[in-house]
Design a protein around this ligand. Structure first.
Ligand code: SAM
Length: 395
């Protein structure tokens, strides 16, 4: 069962046999809906939705919005959309019972974790930004920040297990494939660059934070988030996995780190969940806290620029039906312009597409990391190569 392969660290709640079976089924089902059934979406568009539009309007649909309007009236797309949405809800349902059963004991375990390697610095004055608090992101009931009881970490446990079910184990046993890909890319593409201080923004449970310490063992690793349950859990998780991370509760739009104090600032799938104002503020903060010669590198979904209107529609489905209200704004925002407005020089901008470190394997990843930047159509194809998109700049 793919979901049985998650690393059992000290604060991951133990599922029963039946819960494992249900989670595993949903994991496989999601991949089937995304892959086998999802692949049919473009055929349906090309073979009947687009021709019908052209017949009625004497032109093809001009953008993803026009495609959305007609596509979601087609029975195939309706069924696909409904299935993938239900599957997302089932992920959280299937994990919630495990977390609820574990809750009091889990909270006690997390809150009694001693900091022997890293640290946890909470700041109750930090507010969860409205753009984040306003809805349950990707339909996760309670979002990242809700505390159901004093010292609660349930939301973090829900995310940790839910993420593994969502990814069907494709990101590895600790769900660290994205962070590992970023760190391995930095190390292999720029071998002379040796970051001594690394900062991860929007770390959630720290799954994609830890690989930076594994790849750069001599670096001091810092991570920030606004969500208290996630930070408590991330700290206990990191200690249990033997990795030193200094976790801070801070708003990445306004951090209290000193100017020019980091060599490398990274984030992983943060910006499709932040407002455009927040993106501009976070980019400015990246520029401020980076030392001259330092690197900012954000891993995110592809930009809508350069995609066909159909690809942009497909990619932005989450904005409409998966409570990802900022997805579309993100995919239509120029990261280059954001970097320049934040103070980075245009000729220092970095945009890279790389294969997933685990999926590609060491040799193919190494060749890609050291090779020329690959152009991509921006669509991840399950079963074929999985690609990740990095946006950033040198200071
Ligand atoms: C999609 S999750 C990121 C997941 C994580 N980086 C990973 O790789 O699995 C977004 C995270 O960013 C946090 N976040 C959003 N806006 C933030 C901000 N302005 N400052 C700090 N954290 C923020 C949220 O609380 C949430 O934990």
């Amino acid at each position: 069962m793919p979901t049985a392969g998650q690393t059992q660290h000290a604060v991951l709640p133990l599922a029963t046999h039946d819960e494992y079976a249900r989670q595993s089924y949903i994991s496989d089902l999601r991949m089937h809906i995304l892959g086998d059934i999802g692949m049919g979406m473009e055929r349906v568009y090309e073979s009947r939705v687009k021709p019908a539009f052209e017949k009625a309007h004497k032109r093809p649909p001009k953008d993803e919005h026009e495609i959305h309007d007609v596509m979601l009236r087609d029975p195939y797309a309706k069924v696909w959309s409904s299935m993938i949405r239900s599957c997302q809800e089932m992920i959280w349902d299937s994990v919630a019972s495990t977390v609820e059963r574990a809750q009091p004991e889990l909270n006690a375990r997390v809150n009694s974790t001693r900091a022997t390697l890293g640290s946890l610095t909470l700041d109750p004055t930090v507010k969860v930004p409205r753009y984040l608090a306003a809805s349950d992101v990707h339909l996760m009931p309670g979002n990242y920040h809700t505390e159901w009881t004093s010292g609660d970490v349930s939301q973090a446990a829900l995310f940790d297990r839910g993420l593994y079910v969502y990814q069907a184990g494709l990101a590895g046993p600790t769900c660290d494939g994205n962070g590992r890909t970023i760190a391995e890319l930095v190390k292999r593409r720029w071998p002379e660059f040796k970051p001594a201080k690394i900062l991860d923004l929007g770390c959630t449970v720290g799954n994609n934070t830890l690989p930076h310490k594994h790849v750069f063992p001599d670096a001091a690793l810092y991570a920030v988030d606004v969500a208290t349950p996630c930070l408590r859990y991330a700290h206990a998780r990191a200690e249990s996995l033997g990795t030193a991370v200094y976790f801070y509760q801070m708003d990445a739009e306004q951090m209290s780190f000193a100017d020019e104090s980091f060599d490398l600032v990274v984030s992983c799938i943060l910006f499709h969940e932040t407002s455009r104002t927040a993106l501009a503020n976070i980019y400015r903060e990246c520029h401020r806290v980076l030392r001259p010669g330092g690197l900012m590198l954000h891993m995110e979904t592809p930009r809508a620029f350069g995609l066909t209107p159909f690809q942009a529609f497909h990619m932005n489905w989450d904005a409409y039906y998966n409570n990802e209200p900022y997805m579309q704004a993100w995919t239509n925002t120029s990261t280059d312009e954001a970097a320049v407005s934040a103070g980075f020089a245009r000729d220092k901008i970095v945009n890279i597409v790389v294969p997933d470190f685990y999926a590609a394997g060491d040799a193919a990843f190494d060749a890609a990391a050291k090779g020329s930047i690959k152009k991509s159509d921006g669509v991840a194809r399950w079963g074929e190569t999985i690609e990740w998109y990095l946006y950033g700049a040198w200071k």
